[in-house]
Design a protein around this ligand. Structure first.
Ligand SMILES: Cc1ncc(COP(=O)(O)O)c(C=O)c1O
Length: 367
């Protein structure tokens, strides 16, 4: 009989499990803590507008039906909200599924793929699974995107350029001028994948979406967004991509499973868009709270990155896993970064005021 390792594609043996973080019930089982601040996964603790929950309740009546494969109603509501062609949209079970769909659709063994480092691990993992070769462009010592190095890397032919703007975990971003420079420098044969998971938080800063600059002259491109962050719907699992052409979108649709977006997720997303002022209000609250947490990090003397996401990335100077373990004992979940060169860094999400305060109190004790 074959061992499991022998029947697997060799690339699979090289992948590590995704660091999905601990849930609230995991912590309750481990420690006797009163209040838990879940600040490890960049969720939006304000959640969606109450009207979204009411719509979900009414959607329960149709759970025996398959969802709309084409997400027709959501497609037209979203296209109108974003003012773009509804045929350019592809939907995923979270934007992470779209990352997988994109790699499965385009990456072949030996393909060169450029990304930023430290990275959102799934930008690398799905590429590796398909046998692609990752070329990481590391941030500068000041934890900013290294524009010169990125320009050099993207000038050379590559199958794909994929990165998050703003970056996860760092929070660094490209200004509109920098973004234009990178897009202009990218080799015309390269598929550009801009992951804008934190777009709504960044929109208040010196940032521009790729959708403002990408044109048919940039060749093939996809801009990814998600309902998991600012829209407060991480548990529903829904994200989307805006594609440069119908041909590209149709290819991605062939790779996805036909009913990948469940009906409640479609209902929730439509309702959330209708309630977009609720989302914007809580984005503003989170961005204001981030400034306060950032000032405290600076006061404690911790090196941290400027961030346009709903999170901050800072250097503890110690093993991130040990420091995160100390936080856990006090009921605070943060994300210890484990990638080489950044394994003393912690990423903390911005939560509600009381959660941020708990994090800061714990941090003062630990440091
Ligand atoms: C940069 C980035 N892209 C994609 C995702 C995946 O988001 P989802 O699959 O929930 O849409 C995340 C989640 O943390 C992220 O940080």
């Amino acid at each position: 009989m074959q061992t499991v390792e022998k029947i697997l594609r060799p690339a699979l043996n090289d992948l590590s499990p995704y660091n999905a973080g601990l849930s609230i019930s995991d912590i309750r089982k481990m420690y006797d803590v009163e209040r838990i601040a879940k600040l490890g996964s960049n969720e939006n603790p304000f959640g969606p507008a109450p009207e979204v929950l009411a719509q979900l309740a009414s959607g329960m009546n149709e759970l025996y039906l398959y969802p709309e494969s084409n997400a027709g109603k959501l497609r037209s509501v979203l296209a109108e909200y974003l003012d773009l062609d509804e045929n350019s949209l592809v939907f995923g079970n979270g934007s992470e599924e779209l990352l997988s769909i994109i790699s499965r659709s385009v990456v072949e063994p030996g393909d060169r793929v450029v990304t930023l480092y430290p990275s959102f691990p799934l930008h690398e993992d799905y590429v590796r699974l398909m046998g692609g070769i990752i070329e990481p462009v590391t941030v500068t010592n000041e934890l900013a995107i290294d524009i010169d190095k990125l320009v050099d890397a993207v000038k050379q032919p590559a199958k794909m350029l994929i990165f998050a703007n703003p970056m996860n975990p760092v929070g660094a971003w490209l200004s509109p001028t920098e973004l234009k420079a990178i897009l202009a420098a990218t080799h015309p044969d390269t598929l550009i994948v801009l992951d804008e998971a934190y777009h709504e938080y960044a929109s208040e800063g010196d940032y521009a979406s790729g959708l403002e600059y990408l044109t048919p002259e940039n060749g093939n491109w996809i801009v990814l967004r998600t309902f998991s962050k600012a829209w407060g719907l991480a548990g529903m699992r829904i994200g989307f991509g805006v594609c440069s052409s119908l041909a590209l979108r149709s290819a991605l649709d062939l790779t996805r499973t036909p009913f990948n977006i469940n009906s409640l997720a479609q209902t929730a997303a439509i309702s959330a868009i209708e309630q977009h002022t609720y989302m914007k209000h809580h984005v503003a609250l989170t961005n204001a709270a981030k400034q306060k947490v950032e000032l405290e990090l600076a006061a404690i003397g911790l090196k941290h990155a400027k961030s346009l996401g709903n999170f901050l990335f800072f250097d503890t100077g110690r093993s991130s896993v040990e420091v995160a373990g100390q936080f856990l004992k006090m009921g605070t979940i943060v994300k210890p970064w484990k990638q080489r060169g950044f394994d003393t860094f912690i990423r903390v999400s911005i939560g509600k005021d009381e959660e941020n305060e708990q994090f800061l109190q714990n941090l003062r004790m630990i440091m």
